[in-house]
Design a protein around this ligand. Sequence first.
Ligand code: ATP
Length: 227
Amino acid sequence: MPPSSLIAPSPAGPPPSDPPPSDPALPALFVPPGPLLVAGRPLALLPGLTLRAGEVLHLHGPNGAGKTTLLRALAGEQAGVEGARIAGDVPGSRTARAATAWVSTDAPLPDDLNAGEFLHFTAALWSRPAGPLLALAGTLGLDRWLDAWPQDLSRGTRQKVALSAALGLGLPLTLLDEPFGTLDTAARAALLRAIQARAQAGGALIVTTHGDELAPLRPRTLTLDVA
Ligand SMILES: Nc1ncnc2c1ncn2[C@@H]1O[C@H](COP(=O)(O)OP(=O)(O)OP(=O)(O)O)[C@@H](O)[C@H]1O
């Protein structure tokens, strides 16, 4: 199984190689107004949110506001949002997991696959061509690292592998938690282009960042603050 922090399936979930078809008329994401719960307690108040194909949402707010918590909940890794729907189904469901790619701030990679094998494995698991994942890896400067093992890669390089896999899959919803933080200057520009391309191809994305890297894309914004 791929690491749960890269691809939304829960660790015990089945590989979504044959996902049920989702209705393209449904929004990629719907969240009703309500509290964001942490350990059963309200942390922040979420406004109603509908994210459709092609939209980029910049999620920001102070440390501890709940940005990572919200993304983890949408990825199905923990409870936290009541009534949310991804591709029409609840976060963590097979349909939602099949529609969602998720990259945490320190995405783990399996230690028994080199970077290139991981990209091929991820594409195969999702019944997708590996070409887009490898092409993205190239634009992020990964070509010379494809034969390297995760334990021999820097933190930023590992993050590039995870981002190449997630964005290259071309899933309806992509969740990226502070994806620019560990990247070099060239890779940050390449990542911005990749996010733009994913949106132009019909993907919806939520990206957390404390900076203004997304400004050229004129994204929607959502500010979380502790209630
Ligand atoms: N499982 C948990 N149990 C209790 N509290 C938690 C749990 N997970 C997170 N928290 C708390 O919930 C709050 C939100 O954390 P979260 O990591 O979502 O914030 P964030 O907005 O992503 O912050 P940052 O900008 O620092 O990354 C923090 O106060 C954190 O300590």
